[in-house]
Design a binder for this molecule. Structure first.
Ligand SMILES: Cc1cc2nc3c(=O)[nH]c(=O)nc-3n(C[C@H](O)[C@H](O)[C@H](O)COP(=O)(O)OP(=O)(O)OC[C@H]3O[C@@H](n4cnc5c(N)ncnc54)[C@H](O)[C@@H]3O)c2cc1C
Length: 394
């Protein structure tokens, strides 16, 4: 038996495991893939991710050798790119295979243990009176977790709390009635391009129905990621990038290394907690990758998840803890979802987009203030302040 079983060794699961292990909990991580593993991601780490890693006291270790990103060049529907400076100390980019392995190493070094296997199902049971009297738990219940190990054998594990940190379309959420399979959403395809010119600027191009981002990962490699309303074949991706970037960039499908594709990019859990099962990171809800905030939010939410689990282990009332956790999620992640929806809507409305573009060209500090709030350098509410929206659109 373990105190906490965490399904998924992405940033959400490992940052949580690290905190729980440091506080003396017995933590088991269940991960289906062998690390280092790739993950579909733009590999951009905003200020919020840096500050969360710093709060976990692992920023230097986790980000060793990361590439600095100091500005974002934004171009919408063929407009001339607007250069937005990121607030100091800027952002960084780092391969997810590297970042995620380092976070896992940190969690294991703190005392968490790892089981290789794929989550299948779980069920909760009450402890018998006798077990309740003699067991470690004053709170009465266990979760039995069934998984398939790396050799294909079915195994089980009991935990006092189960965490679904298994990413978007979480099996933990769906098999416990906390999320339903959704419909709609965009699709992403991308990978790494070598032989590029050195740059510390992320390029973002927005066009009809989709967007294309190039994030420098080193002096010679960029992460190239295209997001479209449907799954794209290589030839379609080439044409789409030519349209979205007005011919400034090519997709270069044949040159892509570590090619990845994923979709549809729409998923949200209906419940974040169900008694002794809680969801965190993308398993709780997927943010539009456009904002580049997924890792930041996954790391930040792990602090609230750790508090909620400590409360459950101490025998706190699950309903009260669930309500507090949901409020924390809305504050850390929900507001960013609202903001990314608004920015998307703004970009797609011709009149508003042209007005905002003219204003931002005149005074880039308006968009930089928004970027600071989205990226976690300033409170997220600052990006939605009436004063800023007035300066942008009036
Ligand atoms: C196209 C795209 C671009 C993105 N770009 C960025 C970006 O530039 N910057 C940014 O910050 N965010 C970005 N994101 C978002 C970011 O990738 C996620 O928000 C982040 O990975 C969430 O971390 P997580 O730990 O919740 O989930 P994941 O990183 O998805 O980790 C989940 C883990 O669970 C494991 N798992 C899944 N199912 C099971 C199972 N049944 N049993 C056992 N293990 C299981 C998986 O193998 C995986 O290791 C992007 C997302 C997409 C789709």
């Amino acid at each position: 038996m373990t105190d906490v079983a965490i399904v998924g060794a992405g940033p959400a699961g490992t940052s949580l495991a690290l905190q729980l292990a440091r506080s003396g909990c017995d933590v088991t991580i269940l991960e289906r893939r062998v690390f280092p593993r790739t993950k579909v991601c733009g590999e951009y780490l905003a200020g919020g991710a840096r500050s969360a890693l710093s709060d976990l006291s692992i920023e230097d270790r986790a980000l060793r050798g990361a590439h600095p990103i100091r500005s974002i060049s934004l171009s919408a529907f063929g407009s001339e790119p607007v250069r937005l400076r990121l607030p100091s100390p800027g952002a960084v980019s780092l391969e997810r295979a590297v970042l995620d392995s380092r976070l896992l190493e940190a969690a294991l070094a703190a005392g968490a243990s790892l089981k290789q296997g794929s989550f299948m199902r779980s069920s909760e049971r009450s402890l018998s009176n006798r077990a309740r009297k003699t067991g470690r738990s004053s709170s009465n219940g266990l979760v039995d977790v069934v998984y398939r190990d790396e050799h294909g054998a079915e195994r089980s594990l009991s935990a006092r709390v189960l965490v679904g940190a298994d990413g978007a379309w979480s099996a933990v959420a769906q098999r416990n009635g906390m999320a339903k399979p959704g419909a709609g959403g965009r699709w992403a395809v991308g990978g790494h391009l070598e032989g590029q010119t050195d740059s510390d600027e992320l390029e973002m191009y927005v066009g009809p129905g989709g967007y294309y981002a190039r994030n420098p990962l080193s002096a010679t490699v960029v992460n190239s990621m295209l997001v479209l309303p449907r799954p794209a074949q290589a030839s379609e991706a080439e044409a789409a990038v030519a349209t979205i970037t007005s011919g400034r960039r090519r997709f270069e499908a044949d040159a892509l290394q570590r090619r990845v594709a994923i979709g549809p990019l729409r998923y949200a859990a209906e419940h974040l907690c169900a008694r002794r099962t809680i969801l965190t990171g993308d398993a709780a809800g997927l943010l539009d990758p456009f904002t580049g905030q997924g890792v930041s939010c996954a790391l930040r939410l792990s602090f609230s998840a750790a508090e909620t689990i400590a409360g459950l282990l101490a025998g706190g009332r699950p309903e009260r803890l669930a309500a507090r956790y949901a409020a924390e999620w809305r504050r850390a992640v929900g507001m960013r979802k609202v903001l990314s929806f608004l920015i998307d809507a703004l970009m797609r409305n011709g009149a508003l987009r042209r007005r905002a573009h003219a204003k931002v060209r005149q005074d880039p500090s308006i968009a930089e203030a928004m970027l600071a709030a989205i990226s976690g350098y300033a409170p997220i509410g600052a990006a939605l302040s009436p004063g800023l929206l007035w300066r942008l659109l009036a």
